[in-house]
Design a protein around this ligand. Structure first.
Ligand SMILES: [Zn+2]
Ligand SMILES: [Zn+2]
Length: 426
């Protein structure tokens, strides 16, 4: 799979140039030594390791090989303005020439943000196979209580040791599997964008993500035979490939569709007060719900008359959105109407042709049945229903989530099209 990444970088039939800023992406029992050699080759001699309470125990694996200072953040801290300011102060005082993120998602986001802000490079050392964002170029932050993504630098390189990340709690690995399986609907939604609006799609990036999913499913089916460490390593490989696909794409289109919008909505706490799910757990629950909607809509035959009659002005009606999104309504409207007018909504680009129905059904073939998706999620040990992650168990809550999740981003998904058609027909 990593060879495929290089091939796409060198030249891609889609005609676009795909660039990668991450120079090395290593998953190996020799990861720490390879990191030392990499730092030497770059002439970086004064690293600062950022870890949290749970992951600081892995810092000596690095600091025994090369001199490094260590900064520890609270293990329960999310990536917030408070922690970024604190780490930023340490960086200003210690003046390291490179930062090393030694931890899971939040440690990476804090490190990536501070490194970007201070203009210094960072190197990734993932301690759990839990998300695909280690090598990505955006930082997911909770800033003054609001969930935001900031542009930030991807790591110069990433070094992961199976002995380290396989020792993480099983829940974290299961969450990583949820994040990868979520690509089933991400990829389907990208294809829907291409079919309905002529959106650019890179077949090579689609096949790269599909390879990552297939390799992961294969590992999942053979988990007992291959053993825990090899299983976790394959999960990590799939996550890193997905992260690299995001970098190659220049945005998260290959790796984030309606299933991620469900997760983002629940993290915004508009319909729910609590949410105990890890990122990949929320994606898993979103994936199953969204795949059921998709297969049902395609089996019944989408109402193309209603889709043709979508009225973005009605869909983006402030009066209808304000009761749900409250103080976030302005931001939601800005996201969905980039230039402030209904004409700028992704929904206005929809063009139906005689081939639309056939193409959508063809695309559906790459999306496993919801029964199969549920089986894989259960096999991986991820939650499959909202109540398992502290959300409301009622069908009404799920229906509302499916109705409002598409507003989280302007990105076109089949869920967005179906929700917009329904609202326009009201
Ligand atoms: Zn391409
Ligand atoms: Zn994700």
């Amino acid at each position: 799979m990593f060879e495929h990444v290089l091939k796409i970088m060198r030249s891609c039939p889609c005609g676009r140039r795909h660039t990668l800023l991450t120079e090395e992406c290593v998953v190996s029992p020799d990861a720490e030594r390879e990191m030392r050699d990499y730092l030497r080759s770059k002439g970086w001699t004064d690293p600062l390791i950022i870890a949290d309470d749970n992951t600081v125990k892995f810092a000596p694996r690095l600091a025994d090989l090369f001199p490094a200072k260590v900064e520890t953040v609270d293990g329960h801290a999310h990536a917030t303005e408070v922690w970024c300011a604190r780490v930023g102060e340490t960086v200003d005082r210690e003046r390291p020439d490179v930062l090393i993120a030694c931890g899971s998602g939040s440690v990476h986001d804090i490190t990536r943000y501070v490194a970007h802000e201070r203009g210094i490079p960072f190197v990734s050392y993932p301690t759990a196979a839990s998300v695909d964002g280690f090598v990505s170029g955006v930082a997911a932050m909770t800033w003054h209580g609001q969930k935001l993504t900031f542009p930030a630098s991807p790591p110069a390189a990433s070094f992961a040791n199976p002995a380290v990340f396989a020792s993480a709690p099983a829940r974290l690995t299961a969450s990583g599997v949820g994040d990868v399986l979520g690509k089933y609907t991400s990829l389907f939604d990208w294809r829907v964008g291409q079919i309905l609006t002529g959106e650019y799609l890179c077949e090579e990036l689609v096949s790269l993500e599909a390879e990552a999913i297939d390799a992961l499913v294969d590992a999942l089916e053979n988990r007992e035979t291959i053993g825990r460490e090899a299983y976790c390593e394959k999960v990590m490989n799939a996550l890193q490939i997905s992260g690299l696909a995001i970098q190659l794409s220049g945005n998260s289109r290959p790796a984030s569709g309606a299933e991620h919008h469900m997760s983002h909505l629940w993290e915004m706490h508009r319909l729910n007060e609590t949410n105990d799910g890890l990122h990949g757990e929320q994606v898993a629950v979103g994936l199953l719900a969204v795949s059921r909607v998709y297969h049902r809509a395609l089996a019944d035959g989408p109402d193309y008359g209603r889709i043709a009659a979508i009225d973005p002005a009605k869909v983006m009606d402030r009066a209808a959105l304000e009761p749900v999104f409250r103080d976030l309504t302005d931001g939601i409207l800005r996201e969905n109407l980039p230039d402030g007018t209904p004409a700028s909504s992704s929904l206005t680009k929809i063009r139906l042709t005689d081939d639309t129905d056939r193409l959508l059904h063809e695309a559906e073939r790459a999306l496993p049945s919801s029964g199969e998706i549920e089986r894989l999620l259960k096999l991986a040990g991820t939650p499959t229903t909202p109540d398992e992650i502290g959300l409301d168990a009622s069908p009404e809550f799920l229906a509302e989530s499916l109705r409002y999740a598409p507003y989280v981003r302007d990105r076109l998904t089949l869920l967005k099209v179906l929700a917009a058609a329904e609202r326009s027909a009201d």
